[in-house]
Design a protein around this ligand. Structure first.
Ligand code: FO1
Length: 308
């Protein structure tokens, strides 16, 4: 059963881990948001791609959920001595990833190709694909500072500014890579991870042709709610929804996805919610341990198989 999973960073990577430990490797493709990507110290940094890569290779820092476990910051300390901004904490081992990626991109390779090289070299058998090879930058319009680049909003200001709008710079020049198109065309199941629907999943869905391609597939298209009991499991999803005037409920997330999905997984605590989706299931969705991730992935796939 070929599964395509759409994700952002930490939360989505957890489900990717669960699926990677449930499905044969050739059956899983993870399509990752690249709206968070940016240039820093001359390097191309792709936080969500790296979070998925480090998670599936077992390198990830289990405390942060991003970066490499046990990494040091000697390079960053040296940059600080030169007076450079160091609010974005790049570890030394992580910098190796950005150096290689940047060199290969400057050599004319696509981000898809570069990501394939990185994953292969780290021994990851699953496919990890950037949502597009075009450069797309999520820009966050805030009440306090006006428009901020995504990582300035998210990391420098710790997502505290009040959000009043979003735009994906460069999205009009984006298109689907052959690899993404083929993966979605050949999928038996499409999953949307418990990532932030506005910040992480919308950039993927906004790539030219993506929404239509997904909707053209008569397969289970199932989202997992990132909102549990009216709160975000991690990050700014609940705060952002409130600021946009959207009720902070798992049902509102399903409404946001609309007819893109035909199945929806809610947490047990939200069992009573009325959700406008054809098929709805309630499972234990909060993934604290690796076992939780695998059990949730297995449970979701079993449920989906039962109505295929
Ligand atoms: N998140 C932080 O909150 N602070 C950091 O200093 C930080 C550094 C960082 C370095 C590499 C990387 O791949 C991710 C990093 N993240 C950091 C996480 C990341 O920027 C965000 O979690 C995502 O962009 C949101 O999905």
């Amino acid at each position: 059963m070929k599964v395509v999973l759409l994700v952002g960073g930490v939360g989505g990577a957890k489900l990717a881990y669960g699926l990677a430990n449930t499905l044969p490797a050739e059956d899983l493709t993870v399509i990752v948001n690249t709206g968070d990507d940016f240039w820093l110290h001359g390097l191309r940094v792709c936080p969500d791609l790296d979070t998925v890569i480090y998670t599936l290779s077992g390198l990830v820092d289990p405390v942060n959920g991003w970066g490499v476990a046990g990494d040091t910051t000697h390079a960053l300390d040296a940059l600080q001595r030169y007076g450079e901004d160091t609010w974005f904490r790049l570890g030394d081992q992580d910098i190796a990833t950005h150096l290689l990626r940047t060199r290969w991109l400057h050599g004319g390779h696509t981000l898809t190709h570069v990501t394939e090289q990185l994953t292969r070299n780290l021994g990851i058998p699953q496919r990890i694909l950037p949502m597009t090879d075009a450069q797309v930058s999520t820009m966050v319009d805030t009440v306090e500072y006006g428009e901020l680049a995504f990582q300035t909003y998210f990391v420098k200001h710790r997502w505290q500014p009040t959000l009043r709008g979003l735009r994906f710079e460069g999205i009009e020049r984006s298109d689907l890579s052959e690899a993404v198109r083929t993966a979605v065309e050949q999928a038996d199941v499409l999953l949307i991870g418990p990532s932030n629907p506005w910040l992480s999943i919308d950039p993927i869905l906004s790539v030219d042709g993506m929404r239509d391609l997904i909707k053209s597939r008569r397969i289970p298209r199932v989202a997992l709610s990132p909102i549990v009991g009216g709160m975000a499991i991690k990050g700014p999803a609940a705060k952002l929804m409130a600021e946009l005037g959207i009720p902070v409920t798992a049902a509102a997330v399903a409404e946001h996805y609309g007819d893109l999905i035909n199945g929806y997984v809610l947490d047990r605590v939200d069992a009573g919610l009325s959700v406008p989706v054809a098929r709805v299931a309630n499972f234990e969705t909060v993934m604290k341990t690796n076992d939780d991730k695998v059990i949730l992935a297995q449970t979701m796939l079993e449920w989906i198989r039962s109505w295929m």
